[in-house]
Design a protein. Structure first.
Lengths: 588, 180
């Protein structure tokens, strides 16, 4: 199909042909022609955010909770630069996003024109790929390619920069085609011999562990299904990164909880002592490995990843398999079934016995109090009281995020939206907007900290405008808790600028946005307040006043190995001061 | 306690750095070189030499020849990182293929009179350098060859009034009948 239309019409046609239903954006001079086209149609629903960073996070939340590509539309100059944080976030967490930016007209590019910036230059290192369209006849092809690049292989953000004169110019629209991309063709199937070797290694394991990540979620529901089948078939324990939560049900007995810096004692010790590690869709990030020369010593490692550059980047593995998780898991399943191996039942029994001993350490234990709400307790109650709901969780970044990962359990994928790689404070509210847009009848809760949430608080206004009943559940301890925790560990408890002296009254703030404010200060009033929040059909800001000094444990101090964890329940002040060595202090 | 390490202490791994010459075929489109160079600077890799030119005009494909140094793990990373850039068609490590043909071109300006001038001319003849431009006060020599030869030539011209050098960087191709 090809037809003549204006650049702006081509944009809308291409989005429609790509199956886009929602766009998150903010208008400005250099995208007015596209906004004018939006005005004259009702096929695409545009969500007006309050800041371009919010548009990208909303698109990320939308993408992460649906598996579709999130779409952003912003103007030139500050519109594009404001989007940079969100784009970097999407790149780090492999979230498929197409971001259309307006640009000054072609003849003004390079002239330091009003609201001009070198968008493709600025976004080159923070996107998977980007384009500046200088020929209207290329526009539709570029847009279709942008969607292909964003969602295929390892997903990521793609920017399409469109000068204003191109939006006005008449050109030819090319519909979707099946032609192969000339250079970008990511592998999907793993090498059969490598899969055979992997299954052989797995079958002979005495202390095996599955270590999975966000790649399973990105790969889609088939990957989750096959992972569950493989894990159950083998009977091996499984842990996951922050990004992979939900791929394997947290309620299952083979689940060890999250691993890494704030992972569980059992998951980290099992990683350290394993003899065969089966890593699928995770990337051996520094939050996971801790001290690299003491990472799972003596283990053989299998690594399945769609991105070849993720393999052998931080940790040398024995069997690399490049391919899509769903495809490789299918190959593994078939190979396992064909082999029908006799696993070493005695060894596995010993292994599970050891794991149960670690579990008995009850690493997430904390002291409950009657006078003040412990943050962990707040999340436990939130979890318990939302069991009859179809619930999606987003988070900000910090202690509350780790507590959410530890105490809110996920049995399904795509229910957990968090900023893992970049660690972007302010991710949660706009992400919740995106999730609620995609799932209007579900309960969407942003588990937040009072510091993070102020970074993108303006998106409450978006939620109110579109009747998105998101719940902002703030664990308010008045500190940037994770910063304070590190100041205790590294800097002798000198709380340099980590205390917020002049917080807003969050209840009044909610009311100012025409949302609903709820506050809970005592454990005794928490349940009723949470029930009230769930029952409120409008956006809610929930100010949950929690213990100001609680810290997030267990923790692998920086520079330490998986089996050197700090446990929360028996720490003295001295332990905390001496937890990190001089060499460990330079690490983040 | 033993020496702590973490993901940040990778450099301490005892692997000897190697120098590799890579050929990268890319779409000749705006910004493609910036993507390649940005990858190297952003991830802290070395570029020792970089040469780029369109080699297939109809297909708009350019060939980039990069000389880089790193441990075997870093060299592997560089190849994989390059390979995942969207406009890159192929990445070939010519060093792995074995002893590629490598040549460079340099223009060398030498200024002087008297004995030094005659010595410069004698040496240039010995190196089979071509004289591109000359006046009673200067020569501009053109020399092509392996990098080591060019280094040597520049070295001998240094005391004879060398004032300026321009080098193209390396062009490299694998031996034998096989093609990339």
């Amino acid at each position: 199909m090809s037809a003549s239309m204006t650049g702006a019409q081509i944009v809308l046609q291409a989005l429609a042909d790509q199956g886009v239903e929602h766009i998150f954006g903010y208008p400005g001079g250099a995208v007015l022609p596209i906004y004018d086209e939006l005005f004259q149609q009702d096929r695409l629903k545009h969500v007006l955010v309050r800041h371009e960073q919010g548009a990208v996070h909303a698109a990320e939340g939308y993408a992460r909770s649906t598996g579709k590509v999130g779409v952003v539309l912003v103007t030139s100059g500050p519109g594009a630069t404001n989007a940079v944080t969100g784009l970097t976030d999407a790149l780090m967490d492999s979230i498929p996003v197409v971001c259309i930016t307006g640009q000054v007209p072609t003849h003004l590019i390079g002239n330091d024109a009003f609201q001009e910036c070198d968008t493709v230059g600025i976004t080159r290192p923070c996107t998977k790929h980007n384009y500046l369209v200088k020929d209207v006849d290329q526009l539709s092809t570029v847009l279709h390619e942008a969607f292909y690049v964003a969602r295929s292989g390892r997903p990521g953000p793609v920017v399409v920069d469109i000068p204003k004169d191109i939006q006005f110019a008449a050109g030819i629209y090319q519909g979707l085609s099946n032609s192969q991309h000339k250079s970008y063709r990511p592998a999907v199937n793993g090498d059969e011999r490598a899969v055979e070797a992997a299954v052989e290694l797995m079958a002979n394991a005495k202390r095996p562990i599955f270590y999975t990540g966000g790649g399973i979620i990105n790969s889609g529901p088939l990957a989750t299904e096959r992972l569950r089948e493989l894990v159950r078939m083998t009977g091996y324990p499984i842990t996951s990164t922050l990004m992979g939560l939900g791929a394997y049900p947290a309620s299952d007995k083979q689940w060890l909880g999250m691993l890494g810096m704030h992972g569980t004692y059992e998951a980290n010790n099992a990683m350290h002592d394993c003899d065969v590690m089966i890593c699928i869709g995770a990337r051996f990030d520094d939050r996971i490995t801790g001290r690299i020369d003491a990472f799972a010593p003596g283990s053989k490692k299998i690594h399945v990843d769609i991105d070849r550059s993720s393999i052998n980047k931080n940790v040398q593995v024995d069997i690399p398999i490049v391919g899509d998780c769903a495809h490789v898991l299918d190959q593994m399943l078939r190979a396992w079934k064909a082999k029908n191996p006799k696993v070493d039942k005695a060894a596995l029994k010993t292994w599970w016995g050891q794991i149960d001993k670690w579990r008995a350490r009850k690493c997430l234990h904390y002291k409950k109090r009657d006078d003040v709400i412990m943050p962990q307790y707040a999340i436990e109650r939130l979890y318990a009281l939302t069991r009859d709901q179809d619930v999606y969780i987003t988070t900000e970044v910090g202690q509350h995020q780790m507590w959410a990962a530890q105490f809110f359990h996920f049995d399904e994928p795509n229910r957990w939206m968090t900023s893992g790689g970049l660690g972007t404070m302010g991710y949660g509210i706009p992400a919740a907007v995106g999730v609620q847009m995609a799932h209007p009848d579900s309960l969407v809760v942003d588990i937040a900290g009072e510091a993070s949430v102020l970074m993108t608080m303006q998106e409450m206004s978006t939620a109110v405008q579109y009747d998105l009943p998101i719940k902002i559940f703030i664990l308010n301890n008045q500190y940037m808790g994770m910063v304070r925790q590190w100041q205790e560990l590294l800097h002798g408890g000198r709380y340099s600028h980590s205390y917020t002296e002049a917080l807003p009254d969050f209840v009044k703030l909610a009311e100012a946005y025409q949302a609903v404010g709820i506050r809970a200060e005592k454990p005794s009033e928490l349940d009723d307040a949470i029930k009230e929040m769930i029952a409120t059909p409008k956006p809610v800001i929930f100010d949950c006043r929690v213990d100001k000094h609680a810290n997030c444990f267990p923790m692998i101090p920086s520079g330490e190995a998986h089996n050197h964890m700090l446990m929360g329940d028996d720490l003295t002040e001295e332990d905390i001061e001496n937890a990190i060595t001089e060499e460990g202090k330079v690490m983040v | 306690m033993t020496q702590p390490g973490s993901a940040y202490s990778l450099d301490k791994i005892e692997e000897k750095p190697e120098t590799h010459t890579m050929s990268v075929l890319v779409d000749n489109e705006p910004g493609v070189l910036a993507r390649v160079i940005g990858l190297f600077s952003g991830r802290g890799y070395n570029i020792e030499s970089l040469t780029v030119s369109e080699t297939e005009h109809e297909a708009h494909i350019s060939r980039i020849t990069i000389v880089t140094t790193g441990t075997p793990m870093v060299i592997e990373q560089i190849k994989n990182q390059l390979d995942r850039l969207v406009p890159i068609h192929t990445v070939t490590d010519l060093t792995v293929l074995g002893d590629p043909l490598e040549r460079e071109l340099a223009m060398v300006k030498v200024v002087g009179t008297g004995e030094k001038r005659s010595e410069a001319l004698r040496l240039a003849e010995a190196y089979e350098a071509e004289i591109l431009d000359a006046s009673p006060e200067h020569f501009i020599f053109l020399i092509t060859g392996k990098q080591s030869r060019i280094e040597q030539f520049i070295g001998v011209m240094q005391p004879l009034g060398l004032v300026e050098v321009c080098r193209t960087g390396l062009a490299a191709i694998a031996r034998g009948a096989g093609q990339m």
